[in-house]
Design a protein around this ligand. Structure first.
Ligand SMILES: [Zn+2]
Length: 127
């Protein structure tokens, strides 16, 4: 029988999640700055930065979409991390939302914001 997380364990996971959040905030800020700089350059009509070749234009567009894609993915993780923090406060952390079993420590260590146990996660991914 697996045991619920102790206060100490919850605290450790909380610290881990807070650290992950900081890293993601830094990452989002970095991506946002980068995207902003690029669009400012274009808006100011900077001739030296102007790209004449269609291939270059395509690459620029691709880069920007790629960056934004990462940013939205990061935001999603941020949301998951915030939710995990809420679950820690409420004492629901580490319990599968589907079958209510205790999620393995190993899984939480790898994915601190996991909502489901491995079995339920696999079921969801197959669907
Ligand atoms: Zn489950």
């Amino acid at each position: 029988m697996k045991k619920k997380l102790t206060k100490k364990e919850s605290q450790d996971f909380k610290n881990k999640i807070l650290k992950l959040k900081e890293e993601i905030i830094a990452e989002i800020k970095h991506i946002a700055d980068d995207t902003l700089k690029k669009s400012q350059k274009e808006a100011s009509g900077d001739i030296s930065g102007y790209t004449y070749h269609m291939a270059d234009v395509a690459t620029d567009t691709y880069d920007r979409e790629f960056s934004l894609g990462i940013a939205s993915n990061e935001r999603e993780i941020m949301y998951e991390l915030d939710d995990a923090l809420k679950r820690i406060e409420e004492g629901d952390y580490g319990i599968c939302e589907d079958c209510k079993t205790i999620i393995a420590r190993k899984r939480l260590a790898a994915v601190p914001y996991a909502r489901f146990c491995v079995k339920c996660q696999e079921k969801k991914e197959k669907r």
